[in-house]
Design a protein around this ligand. Structure first.
Ligand code: KMH
Ligand code: ZN
Length: 276
């Protein structure tokens, strides 16, 4: 079994300080949260950014500022900007996060449209998926395919992969508990549905975070945790930082006998070039 890559989704676009005062908005807060996760054992930072008032943005300048500042504190972390942004953003807005310098090693590729609660719909048409994958390929960015249900695996394969813009081995992130439920059965179904040779990460929204993390560690996948997906350490106990959540995953890994990957080892597992 590969060593365990821990991804920290430190900020997200939807969660607020009203829900947990430790959710970061400003550049300083985003750096604080990235560093807490990195120091605790995360090798990958999945990044959304906000304006100081908490409004989500895909502004290229804001991404550049945050990534430059994170890089100073977490020199070898894999920084993976979101191209999902927030519900309602245009494709052009969303793609700005791939235009920072130097070009990101990875970025997310959302592989289908899904319900995001209430009247919110996160739109990713087949053409969007193909276009994003093509641009990432041209820029040398490795996609992490965000799949919110099994159908999105099929969509990714019959669109971007079939057209040659999403070559194997593909890296997937199973986001469970948004539109698909988040049982162990769901997780196993997703794992058994991806092409051979793939690598995968899983995350469970809210209360699903910890059983999905434990099962993922046991099944040989990689784990994502952080404020984007969950605000609690356990029922009724708010997380103080992303680092606290990463530390809980490190502890679970230790209990289950799985070693945690360094950023260099994570790059090797994901097929990324070593850091120069
Ligand atoms: N905030 C969601 C609408 C991603 O980062 O690519 C999209 C999202 C997925 O979080
Ligand atoms: Zn995200």
């Amino acid at each position: 079994m590969d060593k365990l890559i821990i991804s920290a989704c430190i900020c997200g676009a939807e969660v607020t300080k009203e829900q947990n005062p430790n959710v970061p908005y400003t550049v300083e807060e985003i750096v604080r949260e990235a560093k807490s996760a990195y120091d605790a054992g995360a090798s990958l930072i999945h990044l959304h950014v906000r304006w100081d008032d908490g409004t989500p943005t895909q502004d290229k300048g804001r991404f550049q500022e945050c990534i430059d500042a994170i890089r100073k504190e977490c020199p070898d972390a894999i920084i993976q900007p979101s191209t999902g942004g927030a519900v309602g953003m245009t494709d052009l807005e969303r793609l700005q996060s791939t235009e920072v310098v130097p070009t990101p090693e990875m970025a997310t590729l959302d592989c289908g449209t899904c319900n995001f609660g209430g009247d919110e719909i996160f739109v990713n048409t087949d053409n969007t998926i193909v276009n994003f994958a093509k641009i990432m390929q041209e820029r040398g960015i490795k996609p992490e395919c965000e799949v919110f249900d099994k159908g999105m695996i099929d969509i990714a394969m019959k669109t971007a992969h079939k057209k040659g813009f999403l070559p194997k081995p593909i890296h997937w992130d199973f986001v469970l508990g948004v539109q698909m439920s988040a049982t162990i059965r769901d997780l196993v179904y997703m794992v058994e549905s991806i092409p051979e040779g793939s690598t995968w990460t899983a995350t469970g929204l809210g209360k699903n975070a910890w059983h999905i993390a434990a099962a993922t560690i046991s099944l040989g996948g990689h784990v994502r945790v952080g404020f984007e997906d969950n605000l609690y350490m356990e029922k009724g106990v708010l997380a103080e930082s992303n680092g606290q959540m990463v530390a809980k995953v490190v502890e679970l890994a230790k209990l289950l006998g799985r070693e945690v990957a360094t950023p260099a080892e994570a790059r090797e597992i994901l097929g990324l070039a070593p850091l120069k």
